[in-house]
Ligand binder design. Sequence first.
Ligand code: NAG
Ligand code: NAG
Ligand code: NAG
Ligand code: NAG
Ligand code: NAG
Ligand code: NAG
Ligand code: NAG
Length: 546
Amino acid sequence: MKRLKKSQNIVIATVMVCVLGLLLYFILTSSKPSTAKKPNIIIIIADDLGYNDVSFHGSSQIPTPNLAKMATRGIILDRFYTQSTCTPSRTALLTGQYPIRSGMQGYPLKAGENRSLPLNMPTMPLHFQNLGYKTHLVGKWHLGAAYKEDTPLGKGFDSHFGYWNGFVGYFDYVSFSKMDNGTLVKGLDLHDQFEPVWGSQGRYATELFTERSLDVIEGHDVRVPLFLVVSHLAAHTGQNGSELGVPDVDQTNHEFSYIQDPRRRLYAGVVSHLDASIGRIMAKLDEKQMLDNSIVLFFSDNGAQTVGMYENSGSNWPLRGVKFSDFEGGVRVAATIYSPLFHKKGYVSEHLIHISDWLPTLYSAAGGDVAHLGQIDGIDQWDALTNNNPSNRTEILINIDEVDENFAIIRDKFKLIQGSYHEGTFDQYYGDSGRGPENPTPNPNHTTTDLSWCRAPDQTPILNCTKGCLFDLDKDPCETTNIIESEPEIANQLYEKIAQFWKELVPQRNKDTDPKSDPIFYNNTWCTWLEDASCHKTTNIERISR
Ligand SMILES: *[C@@H]1O[C@H](CO)[C@@H](O)[C@H](O)[C@H]1NC(C)=O
Ligand SMILES: *[C@@H]1O[C@H](CO)[C@@H](O)[C@H](O)[C@H]1NC(C)=O
Ligand SMILES: *[C@@H]1O[C@H](CO)[C@@H](O)[C@H](O)[C@H]1NC(C)=O
Ligand SMILES: *[C@@H]1O[C@H](CO)[C@@H](O)[C@H](O)[C@H]1NC(C)=O
Ligand SMILES: *[C@@H]1O[C@H](CO)[C@@H](O)[C@H](O)[C@H]1NC(C)=O
Ligand SMILES: *[C@@H]1O[C@H](CO)[C@@H](O)[C@H](O)[C@H]1NC(C)=O
Ligand SMILES: *[C@@H]1O[C@H](CO)[C@@H](O)[C@H](O)[C@H]1NC(C)=O
């Protein structure tokens, strides 16, 4: 009897343990936030940031500890290519196509120009909406705003807080445009959906956009996946194209007193605030328990504008060229991606990746079938990234500018480039190396990748690529030595490829600015002027001072 009782007890105890275990399981799983299976996707875009202006490229002249952390725990994308300017880059990002497919390969959109992404190309946020994501854009758009359907809300974003044109002031959010008749016009370009936001004037742009991004994350219902693009003004110049805005100039000058060039000191302040923004976004994702199921991507839309119009004192050192140029300095940019979902991380990816690849890559990471994206130039690199497997991309069309008659294409390690922006304006080597002993020592615990070895001695004559140059980017990422004579076969193959793309190219659709867009008609704000029923129209134009 005793034995029986004992075995009965065992049975009862076992059942109890099972029940308790099950209960515990349910309590544990239900108290955990029900994270959606699809990963949250956060894309943070810097504007005109230099290759040399992040710590993970070997110089700590401008310390960027938050990016360094992302890079160390994630993946440094060392051969990541964009287009050489804003509008074409953002076109490639959102459509997964080379800009020549839609006539967007030329000069960036001017404020007041009636041009937009083509109607027949579904955008990245639209694809993510279709996968059940909530889609938000904070910050810069620069892909058209003549009609409402040209704006972010018309192109697949559920919300937009930010600006429609190329850049605004860091504190006043005013966007300028030189109209084609030479008149300078200006107006507020800060919109919450379509509504002008006057109340945020005086706030610092990087902080304003960061705080809006934190609000989006905070208010997000974690049962659905999040697609958030944070598109910063930093490190573009603001106002009339020369402002490098920081909240406290004295503090910035003090913090970066070891930098000689006063404009680069300010630039360092701008980049430093940008880096802080990344830290705050990561912390908020963590706090909301979303980070474990997130993919956070950071890159610059093109290289720094070290010289010329909108010069920002950024540095693409040791690379050749700047924004607007198809040399590496214009298109090979700082980029890193972080995700706890990666099987392999903490490495430097040497695989070729083009900005058009993010659409299929992230779509694939979200469980989408890339076949649904149709015929696109972008290539799904998710497997290549998460497993550090060889990439399926062997070639990148950097661009064909059929008006300026220049082009560049990369295949494996070879790059063919012919002609240059405005007859060689930006063909040289520019920018601070940031490697003098006066600069802070890089943190040895951070993963970095460094191309300083490739720089040609300063006396080396600048190559003229008017008739075509071929470079071996493995041996010569600084594009110092033309090997076109010794590799005629490769050059010919690449010329053939260019000829093929040229046949398929849609001519540039750039237009003159439309005088009707002048903010003077809209209470000094930029408005969707060809669909202006809900805009605040100026009743007495004469009374507004310009
Ligand atoms: C604006 O551009 C679109 C697309 O090219 C065109 O259909 C439309 O007629 C243009 N509107 C004006 C007022 O020029
Ligand atoms: C922009 O404004 C600043 C400050 O007022 C001035 O020094 C600079 O010359 C202006 N630049 C241009 C390109 O107009
Ligand atoms: C890469 O290419 C191989 C061979 O063509 C193909 O089997 C594979 O599915 C491709 N991978 C991706 C991610 O597209
Ligand atoms: C390259 O040479 C051409 C003539 O062949 C000349 O017109 C052009 O200005 C030169 N470009 C540079 C950057 O020196
Ligand atoms: C690097 O890591 C070591 C060991 O964890 C630590 O002691 C040291 O403080 C770190 N160095 C820096 C500069 O963070
Ligand atoms: C040029 O365009 C602006 C903006 O529409 C207009 O206000 C101005 O009168 C025009 N100037 C001339 C000289 O046509
Ligand atoms: C018009 O602009 C002024 C600032 O210049 C602003 O205070 C006012 O609210 C605007 N009016 C409307 C109706 O938005």
